[in-house]
Design a protein around this ligand. Sequence first.
Ligand SMILES: Nc1ncnc2c1ncn2[C@@H]1O[C@H](COP(=O)(O)OP(=O)(O)OP(=O)(O)O)[C@@H](O)[C@H]1O
Length: 283
Amino acid sequence: MVADKIIQVKHVSFTYPDSKTKAASDVSFDIKKGTWTAIVGHNGSGKSTITRLLNGLLLPDKNPETKIIIDGQELNEETVWDIRDKIGIVFQNPDNQFVGATVADDVAFGLENRGVPRDQMIKTVKWAVEQVGMSDYFNAEPANLSGGQKQRVAIAGILAIQPKIIILDEATSMLDPSGRKKVLNLVKKMKDMEDLTVLSITHDVNEAFIADQVLLLNDGKLINQDEPVNVFSQTKLINDLGLEEPFIFKLKDKLKSVGIKIPENVNTEEKLIEILCQLNSKM
Ligand SMILES: Nc1ncnc2c1ncn2[C@@H]1O[C@H](COP(=O)(O)OP(=O)(O)OP(=O)(O)O)[C@@H](O)[C@H]1O
């Protein structure tokens, strides 16, 4: 394995049974360990298909050049269970991911399944619930939590089993702005602390903008792989694909239209606020 590449996808295609078109078409990409990658594309562009291929739920079309390597292991019938253990997935609907009667039970579920000894399980559950800021709800019923809190508990369940990769499959799309922000901040913190590799599948360009890299899909083809600022500054392509520009780009355009020019390299809200404050103090 090339040491820092945790995911290697080479010439992967996939055709659903009875379909004439490829849902993934000769897709190749690498993902570095400890980074955040956003997979972006319109409805039906192949985002979920790629994720299902990564954890072996779908098998690629046969081709001698095709390879999926996860954490040094080539995905095949023998390695698929090992590889699934390395990947935790948070799904879109917070209500569909609970099995436990309390938050603690729920977070313990994956550990129980793996036969983790009780003492260690109690410690790990406490740690994971703390990490996501839900200790006050340890014995609460998941049904009584808000959407954002439910997603944080789902993340705790994943952290408890210590995966190498976490996939957010539209995990924030049903949350309000505050819940969304809390979940994304949490994932960012986890990425930095636990050296997790994050993949988020999203329609939300602002969520994709905080990633380290973006994979842009269209009709099953990977059409761009780059830093978010480079991907989203191709405005025509982004609009042609039916995606929006990130908020920060729109704001810079608006400021420009009223005569306030913001330097090209200012692409975060924090930097923009800093520049506007500097301009304000000179007025
Ligand atoms: N089970 C299936 N059987 C047949 N075709 C499918 C199946 N699932 C998806 N497809 C087709 O494969 C293509 C890619 O679908 P996929 O779900 O991967 O896209 P997506 O980008 O995740 O879409 P969305 O944003 O709507 O979730 C689409 O044309 C879709 O209609």
